[in-house]
Each structure stands twice: as structure tokens, then as C-alpha cells.
Design a protein around this ligand. Structure first.
Ligand SMILES: C[S@@+](CC[C@H](N)C(=O)[O-])C[C@H]1O[C@@H](n2cnc3c(N)ncnc32)[C@H](O)[C@@H]1O
Length: 379
């Protein structure tokens, strides 16, 4: 049987979240994906090659569901690198690799699009950036089929979509999911980052970057307690800002330790774009490399003396305690013996035993009502 002969459930059954964390209850395809595909079926049926664009697919269900129904020449964008890699792995599994191209979230992605399948981002600012971009560059007849789980949706999303589209229709809820259908684009604009001056730093944030152009209170505790003179900071052994978000930690480190080389990385495309803009705005781009990476995948083993980390606890929309251990394992690989991880975490998460096991001796540096900062030394 050819791939197109498969029913959705056959390709969906084959799909996985890997290389993102996997566990019972963490799914690669959900009811919102199915609803977006069902609500867009008629529009997709008359689409020509290149008419369909997918934005924020989680692990590829929208892209591959549309491909399985015959779509070709699709552009698709996934913010998280693990999601993008999962899409590629899933496409191979179901023999649908040639039907889409992965593209950055920019004008080229949406230019001339007639149908956009959008998995609603949790952040209203991210939705505003995406809606504005579509309105600016898609075909004037574009239809945006934007869906999500009810628990992650709010009526404010309708208002944000109405800023960029004249017409908004709202589907009935099905299996705790809903779809918003937007037509008649207007007032399109390319995303530009929010800007603020925070603790003497210029911070830039595209919609969806963690904490926006602000200093998170956990991050503040980390910054207040970083060491006076960390080891490393050379081109071969840069100070590492892991999971950098807007790059606020990396920019702070580069400013506090003048002349130090810094490496800031995040798997989120929006975070990396924000961090680039932050480094430019502070005039430190020559010393700070900003890289999109899954944890520290491109860093050599046993190479780093210093890593700072405020770890995430979301994987796509799911809250899970599996992400930090995955990060700590890669930190352990990349730290040289004696190298240090400076980490802030919500005290309720009780990461200390995990840090001790994965990395080495761990001591508390600071604690307030909500957060703990620890330093772990690679054994
Ligand atoms: C709590 S935020 C911290 C951001 C920034 N360091 C700060 O303190 O403001 C966690 C960051 O981890 C990133 N992240 C999640 N999974 C990741 C992964 N597998 N590899 C790299 N970064 C990841 C998220 O995109 C997010 O920007």
C-alpha cells in the first residue's frame, strides 16, 4: 500500500515525539490536530501544490496528515528543534518525506499561502507575530485554520486574530479542542521584538520567548548569585548560557565578565532570534555565539568549565518532569571534570538528588521563597 493509501490513524499510530521526551500520557498527535485537519479538509482538497502552510505543528501530525491526504509543496515551521526533528523522523517512518520543506517563520514561509494550518501557540504575543506575518504576506484569500486544546485557549486569542483578520469563525468544541477560522487579512506586519532596558541590559523578545523582554524572578536569583570569576571564557571553552531564551543570562555574563567568550543556545527559533537581537542591541555579538540546538548537541564532550541554566519544565504544551533530567545528562557529557553547572530551579521540583546523580557534588548557593540556586561540580 502507498503512503497515501494509509488512513490517518495508521500514520498517526506510527508517529512519535522522539527525540523529545516520551512517556505514557505524552502524545505525538492529539484531538486538536485531528480537528484542524477535519475542519480544513474541504479547503485542502482544492489546494494547489505550495498553497498550504503549516505553522507550529507539534510533532508533524498536521504536516503529515495533510501530506497523506495529497498535499504537496508545503512549507512548515516548528519553533522547537525537537519538534522539527520529530517531524523528519515521523515523515521517514510513514514515507512522506518529499511533501514539505521546513522553513523559518518569515515572509518566505507564508508568501502566497491559501490555507494555513496553525497550532495555536500559548503566548498571545507569539500568536500576534504569526497572524501579522500571515496577513502581510499570504494570498488575500488565505484561510487560517487555527486550533488547540480548550485548556490552552482563551477568548483573547480571538481578539488577537481579529487584529489581523476581518472575519473570524469559531468551531464547536470537539474532544476538548476548538478551531478558530480566520479570513480576510488586514494590517499585516512583520514581527519585531519587544524591547526593554533591564538591569542595565538591552533585552529583545519576539513573541513567545520566555518571560518576554523582562527578567524572570528565578533568573534574577541566578544572576545575583553567579560566581565572581568563573573558569573558562575562552573561544574553545566559552561560558555557556544553556536554554538561553532571550539571551538575558548570556548578555549579563558577557557584560559582567568583559572579554569573555559566551555561547548561548536554545532549541526555540523564537528564542534564538530574540537572543541574536539582544546581543546586537548590547554590542556584544562579536563575543557571544547564539545557536539553535537541542540541549548542547553540538558541543564537544568534556569541553566546558561553566554552564548557567534555568531549565524548562514544558515539552510542547505538556508539563513534565522528564525534561530537566534529559538536560542534566547532556550537561554532564559536556562539562569537563571539575566544570560547574550553575542552575536555578523552583524549589518544589527538588532537583538536587538528580543533579548529584547526573553531574556530581551539588551545593545550595541561594534560596528564596520560591527558587533555589545550586552549583554542581562534574566528578
Ligand atoms: C525557563 S526558560 C529560561 C530562559 C532564559 N535562560 C531565562 O532565564 O530567561 C527555558 C528555556 O529552555 C528552552 N528549551 C526547552 N527545551 C530545550 C532543549 N531541548 N534544548 C535547548 N533549550 C530548550 C526553552 O525554549 C526556553 O527558552
Amino acid at each position: 500500500m502507498t503512503a497515501r493509501g494509509y488512513a490517518f490513524h495508521v500514520i498517526f499510530d506510527a508517529m512519535r515525539r522522539w527525540p523529545d521526551v516520551e512517556a505514557p500520557g505524552l502524545v505525538a498527535v492529539d484531538a486538536a490536530d485531528r480537528l484542524i485537519l477535519d475542519e480544513s479538509a474541504e479547503m485542502r482538497a482544492s489546494a494547489q501544490p505550495g498553497d498550504i502552510v503549516v505553522i507550529n505543528d507539534a510533532y508533524g501530525a498536521l504536516t503529515l496528515g495533510a501530506a497523506q491526504a495529497g498535499a504537496s509543496g508545503m512549507g512548515t515551521h516548528i519553533d522547537a528543534l525537537t519538534g522539527e526533528r520529530a517531524l523528519d523522523a515521523n515523515a521517514s517512518r510513514v514515507s512522506l518525506t518529499g511533501s514539505f520543506r521546513t522553513l523559518p517563520l518569515d515572509a518566505e514561509l507564508v508568501r502566497g499561502a491559501r490555507v494555513v494550518l496553525l497550532r495555536l501557540p500559548r503566548s498571545l504575543d507569539a500568536l500576534r507575530d504569526i497572524a501579522g506575518l500571515i496577513a502581510a504576506h499570504a494570498d488575500p484569500r488565505v484561510v487560517v485554520v487555527a486550533g488547540g486544546r480548550l485548556k490552552h485557549m482563551s477568548v483573547s486569542m480571538n481578539d488577537v486574530l481579529r487584529e489581523s483578520f476581518e472575519q473570524l469563525d469559531i468551531s464547536h468544541a470537539r474532544q476538548k479542542s476548538r478551531v478558530l477560522i480566520a479570513r480576510a487579512p488586514r494590517d499585516g506586519r512583520d514581527p519585531s521584538p519587544a524591547a526593554a532596558r533591564v538591569e542595565g541590559l538591552e533585552v529583545r523578545a519576539f513573541g513567545g520567548a520566555f518571560a518576554g523582554a523582562r527578567l524572570d524572578i528565578g533568573t534574577r536569583l541566578l544572576l545575583d548569585n553567579l560566581p565572581d570569576a568563573p573558569a573558562g571564557g575562552t573561544p574553545d571553552d566559552p561560558l555557556i548560557d544553556l536554554a538561553c531564551g532571550t539571551g538575558i543570562v548570556g548578555a549579563w555574563i558577557a557584560t559582567r565578565y568583559p572579554g569573555a567568550h559566551v555561547y548561548a543556545c536554545d532549541q526555540s527559533a523564537v528564542a534564538v532570534a530574540s537572543a541574536h537581537a539582544t546581543m546586537l542591541a548590547n554590542g556584544i555579538s562579536d563575543r557571544v555565539a547564539v545557536v539553535r540546538d537541542d540541549v548542547l548537541g553540538t558541543r564537544p564532550s568534556a569541553s566546558a568549565s561553566f554552564i548557567a541554566l534555568n531549565p524548562p519544565f514544558h515539552s510542547a504544551a505538556a508539563v513534565t518532569d522528564l525534561i530537566a533530567p534529559r538536560m542534566f545528562a547532556d550537561v554532564a557529557r559536556v562539562l569537563r571534570p571539575g566544570g560547574q553547572l550553575w542552575c536555578v530551579w523552583n524549589s518544589m521540583l527538588r532537583y538536587r538528588p538528580l543533579l548529584e546523580t547526573a553531574i556530581g557534588p551539588t551545593s545550595q548557593v541561594a534560596r528564596n521563597a520560591k527558587f533555589t540556586v545550586t552549583v554542581s561540580t562534574r566528578r
